[in-house]
Design a protein around this ligand. Structure first.
Ligand SMILES: *[C@@H]1O[C@H](CO)[C@@H](O)[C@H](O)[C@H]1NC(C)=O
Ligand SMILES: *[C@@H]1O[C@H](CO)[C@@H](O)[C@H](O)[C@H]1NC(C)=O
Length: 487
């Protein structure tokens, strides 16, 4: 149970108070044992959508503001002329709902403590007591807001992108940057932090002004684009508000894999197994991730689980994403058609302007949204599709699945379309090429595995979506068709 790693074992033995204070010593301690990831838990790879960006991109650990260039990126005779980026908000607080569940679990452990008379007679390895003493530092007001670490995620991403594409993020383009954001605070705050990162890029050492005072004013809120899922009737009825749509998620919660963990955790924490459930286990697991991502500490919540447990809990998270945002239902991805088409409208326009030797009116478009914005779009484009669906019953078979949300949409994840204009092209078609980047790494095309495509070919490949996916129709609920309404 507690043998997940040398680092875990050590922290689990240390008293909680020492743990809270000993960020740096634990860092040093762990780095001896786990040279690859520093203040990381061995559970970090399984946090799904609560994964820190640097856990997906470990090269950032050596210098989060240092430019890093994927060697697959085009250079030489091809110059980037436009960049369209979809960016998930940075690290955030737990939601009020998660905080309520955590409080419930914490209460359970504290009640247990008083039942035992608080004697802690089982000795130093009483994890339940350590958890009861561990501070519950999340309050309702935090409700999913961006944390300071999340602002830093955005500033650093801005600095890296600006040095990766210096011509696009040039000073003269500054006034032509276009920023669009979801109305959620964490996204608006992310866009503001991104702008502050850019300010640092242009004016190293100067404190950034308020975003409202920047040249082009605050980012534009557009929920129809960034939260398309809230505006799709069919999705809302058939999936979001449909109690049976997430059947596999619910079935997995009560299935054998989860039951095993419930029994084990109940024994470790010395609480009745009937007081626990899959949701409480999941919130305990997430608290390990929140303490790590937000506070930079490895909390005793991480010691509740070993790696095999973490894989099961990761699957539970992925199942939900799969059925609600991914391939589970066609409408999940179809609801993102508007956003997909919007991206291609920008690219089309840039191609047209370049062909006419006009300046590109929007060389950089930055759109701030959610994991729920990115996953449907990636599914629409055919990425991370497994041969078999993820179900409550094929956990083992899906061990090596492609659909792992932690690798796809960690905090601050980003999907970037780069349009290039290439000199010395033999045909007009060869003048324009596109590359896609996911989390700053070149994402090979879903249909060819090539790292670059002619723009025309890309457009052709997705022509059905571009031509015949109309959100207004896709999202319309099938009406009862008893009478023909042709007239
Ligand atoms: C809810 O989801 C189930 C499973 O996909 C489906 O059979 C049912 O038609 C859905 N209900 C509604 C109201 O769309
Ligand atoms: C509704 O009725 C029309 C006309 O009879 C028919 O063409 C169409 O396929 C029907 N649609 C559905 C969803 O059954």
């Amino acid at each position: 149970m507690l043998r997940a790693s040398g680092c875990l074992l050590r922290t689990s033995v240390a008293p909680a108070a020492a743990l809270a204070a000993a960020l740096f010593s634990s860092l040093a301690r762990c780095s001896l044992l786990e040279p690859r990831d520093l203040v990381a838990s061995s559970l970090s790879p399984y946090f799904g959508t609560k994964t820190r960006y640097e856990d997906v991109n470990p090269l950032l650990l050596s210098g989060p503001e240092a430019p890093w260039r994927d060697p697959e990126l085009l250079e030489g005779s091809c110059t980037p002329v436009q960049l369209v980026a979809l960016i998930r908000h940075g690290t955030r607080y737990p939601t009020a709902k998660q905080i309520r569940k955590l409080r419930q679990l914490h209460g359970l452990l504290q009640a247990r403590g008083s039942r035992d008379g608080g004697a802690g007679s089982t000795g130093s390895r009483d994890l339940g007591a350590a958890l009861a003493d561990w501070p519950l530092w999340y309050a309702d007001w935090m409700d999913g807001q961006l944390v300071e670490k999340g602002r830093q995620d955005m500033r650093q991403l801005a600095l890296r992108l600006a040095s990766l594409f210096p011509a696009l993020f040039s000073r003269e383009n500054y006034g032509r940057l276009r920023l669009i954001t979801s109305s959620k605070h964490r996204c608006m705050d992310s866009s503001a932090a991104f702008l502050q990162g850019l300010w640092q890029h242009y004016h190293p050492g100067l404190p950034p002004p308020d975003v409202a005072d920047m040249e082009f004013g605050p980012p534009t809120v557009n929920d129809k684009l960034m939260r398309f899922f809230d505006h799709c009737e069919k999705f809302l009825t058939e999936v979001e508000k449909n109690a049976t749509a997430l059947y596999h998620v619910e079935a997995f919660k009560t299935g054998p894999e989860m039951q095993n963990i419930l029994k084990k955790v109940a024994a470790t924490l010395q609480v009745p197994v009937n007081d626990l459930n899959a949701d409480l286990l999941q919130v305990a697991f997430f608290t390990c991730s929140f303490d790590l991502a937000i506070k930079g500490v490895k909390s005793p919540w991480c010691d509740v689980f070993d790696i095999d447990d973490a894989k099961v809990l990761e699957y539970l998270n992925d199942l939900k994403q799969y059925w609600k945002r991914g391939y589970g239902y066609t409408i999940n991805s179809r609801s993102s058609c508007t956003l997909f088409q919007d991206i291609f409208r920008h690219l089309d326009k840039a191609v047209e302007q370049k062909q006419r030797s006009q300046p590109i009116s929007s060389p950089v478009i930055l759109q701030f949204g959610h994991a729920e914005t990115l996953l449907p779009l990636l599914s629409l484009m055919g990425y991370f599709k497994d041969k078999e669906p993820l179900t409550a019953y094929n956990y083992k078979e899906q061990m090596h699945r492609k659909f792992r949300s932690g690798l796809i949409v960690p905090y601050a994840s980003n999907l970037i379309f780069v349009l290039y204009h290439c000199e010395n092209a033999k045909t007009p078609k060869e003048q324009f090429r596109v590359q896609m980047l996911l989390n700053e790494k070149v994402l090979p095309l879903a249909y060819s595995q090539e790292t670059v495509s002619f723009y025309e070919d890309l457009r052709n490949h997705y022509k059905d979506i571009l031509q015949s996916c109309q959100t207004s129709e896709e999202c319309e609920l099938a009406r009862a068709n008893s009478t023909s309404d042709e007239l």
